[in-house]
Design a protein around this ligand. Structure first.
Ligand code: SF4
Ligand code: SF4
Length: 392
């Protein structure tokens, strides 16, 4: 993981050298994961060659809409994010905690045999990099530190790619998370296409990133190349179609549990939980035990859960959040508000996934703007019962 300023360096290399970079990563024992096309969409999967990247692919995104498009150039990374996020590989959707098998002496517990593999994430967007750093706060450094997360995270190399186009639902500029990767990566790339020339401006932040960069043919960036890289991210920032006013946003949310907008959004929200599944920072889980039909084997598994399920808020005797209104309010208030109380930062990085993949087309930026109507920051009186961890 990055952390030492002495390894910072920058370079440029031509686009065909991207394969040398992947080879250099693979030769160090890392499995490469990155974007590729499958089933007419862009997914994260194993990669071994740059020919597997979604070359020339773009993506059109809007409320409840994702469509792959094609571009006239051969850009490798001219789309933003698909439904999956890197949390799938750090905080897995299903994790077997332990298993047991029956023998003549009763049940024997099998140790979890899976060893952490070295994984390299290629094409991590700046918002996603911030999502990983947010998960680190919770699952690496927080009171809920998780050994499975730690073993994955400590074996992960990150190659970030700055954004040159904004997705239709992005608002990273509002959340301060993009469109340029600022820290937390091993290597960061800016993809630049100028006429016939297709090249990358690269920055290394970790010792390993610098070593990989040093090992591939590259040159020292010229002033013109640095300026071109800045223009790429400025273009993406200028395309940002959505925004959120984050001024006193935590107070706005915790002071308005009775705002009429919650009733309105509840008529649309189906409590499907899609927004929490695609969100790169949602980390809640549940535990389940499974036995096979023979009764010989049993497993204790951890699965992703969602605050949109009825069971999630089940305390003794019933669910605390029985209505769609209370569940949506809980999610939005936690994500944009009470994360600050728990983790000292917002739970949202502005990736836009919850807008794209909500089947009802609910847009958090629109909901937050509506909640602000008639509520100038910091002036609305407290309504309802406010606790340090949210709204009771
Ligand atoms: S906000 Fe949308 S995605 Fe989230 S639970 Fe409601 S309907 Fe599903
Ligand atoms: S709340 Fe929505 S926009 Fe924010 S990080 Fe989660 S999925 Fe992305």
């Amino acid at each position: 993981m990055p952390g030492n300023d002495s390894h910072h360096r920058s370079a440029t290399f031509e686009s065909e050298r991207l394969q040398s970079l992947l080879d250099a990563v693979q030769s160090r024992g890392y499995e490469i994961l990155g974007p590729r096309v499958r089933d007419n969409t862009i997914v994260l999967d194993r990669l071994s060659s740059i020919t597997e990247l979604p070359t020339g692919a773009g993506a059109e995104q809007n409320n409840a809409r994702f469509r792959m498009t094609s571009r006239p150039d051969q850009a490798f990374f001219s789309f933003t994010v698909g439904a999956q996020s890197w949390k799938n590989y750090l905080h897995e959707p299903t994790l077997r905690l332990w298993s047991a098998r029956r023998d003549q002496n009763g049940f024997q517990i099998d140790a979890n045999q899976s060893l952490p593999r070295k994984q390299a994430f290629v094409g991590v967007r700046p918002c996603e990099l911030n999502a990983i750093l947010a998960l680190d706060r919770v699952l690496l450094h927080g009171v809920s530190a998780d050994s499975a997360y730690r073993s994955r995270r400590e074996n992960t190399l990150i190659v970030a790619v700055d954004c040159g186009v904004a997705g239709g639902t992005c608002f990273c500029t509002s959340m301060g998370t993009g469109p340029r990767a600022s820290s937390g990566y091993d290597l960061a790339l800016t993809e630049i296409i100028e006429g016939d020339r297709h090249y990358f401006a690269a920055r290394a932040e970790s010792e390993l990133g610098a070593e990989i960069l040093d090992g591939i043919p590259h040159s020292v960036p010229t002033e013109a190349e640095r300026a071109a890289a800045e223009n790429v991210v400025a273009r993406a920032a200028g395309q940002m179609g959505r925004s959120v006013n984050t001024t006193s946003i935590r107070d706005l949310l915790v002071r308005n549990p009775s705002h009429p907008r919650w009733d309105q959004v509840a008529t649309r929200c189906m409590t499907c939980g899609n927004c929490t599944m695609v969100c790169p920072t949602c980390f809640c889980t549940t535990i389940t035990d499974v036995t096979d039909l023979t009764g010989e084997h049993a497993e204790h598994r951890r699965l992703w859960d969602s605050c949109f399920t009825l069971d999630y808020s089940y305390i003794h005797g019933g669910a605390v959040r029985s209505s769609a209104k209370s569940r949506f309010r809980q999610w939005l208030t936690h994500k944009f508000g009470t994360w600050f109380d728990q983790f000292g930062q917002s739970g949202c990085v502005g990736c836009g996934r919850c807008i794209t993949w909500c089947p009802a087309g609910i847009d958090v930026t629109e909901e937050l703007a509506a909640l602000r109507e008639g509520n100038p920051p910091g002036t609305s009186p407290p309504i309802g019962k406010e606790t340090p961890r949210g709204i009771a």
